[in-house]
Design a protein around this ligand. Sequence first.
Ligand code: 2AM
Length: 180
Amino acid sequence: MSTHRLFVALRPPRAIREQLIAAMHGISAARWQSDDQLHLTLRFIGEVDRHRAEDIAAALGSLHAPAVAARLAGVGMFERRGRPHTVWGGVEPQEPVAALHRKVDQLLARVGVDPETRAFQPHITLARLGHAAGPVAPFLALHSDLASAPFVFDHALLYESEMGHGGSRYHPVARYPLFA
Ligand code: 2AM
């Protein structure tokens, strides 16, 4: 049976994506994300069959949560096995994003999606780093006080991820408005 790799995310507005894209240089051989790939994951779901995907999309239809006001705030990285793996842009304040994450978690629990075990750390991935990637420290230092004008996340998206050789493609499959 065909499966769908799903996640729920927030999409930064165009001006914010442009600001992030403008910062995407300075780490050799980094796999910088394209505009279409930029998002803040609220909840990774993983592989589900079509029936479950429909239940998930329907459950998220009862998401009733306020729009989230935020701004870009700094950059960071995740390591895996002691090596830099991902560089990302941060947002502040984090608590309203975390509150939305918890709400999404609760709705998904109702349709049997296991609760998240990893600590939620809101981030917008800017680049993925393979073994060939150059040093990350200069990038982190240069953008440590990355900031933006305030902006609003006014909807959440259910995305399907399609993994390919040139990186993942993310297709929005449902859109859930947040109230003003
Ligand atoms: P990342 O950007 O930090 O890599 C689609 O793959 C989205 O889901 C990406 O934003 C990715 O986060 C996130 N993701 C992938 N696998 C995940 C996992 N096991 N747990 C949490 N988030 C995951």
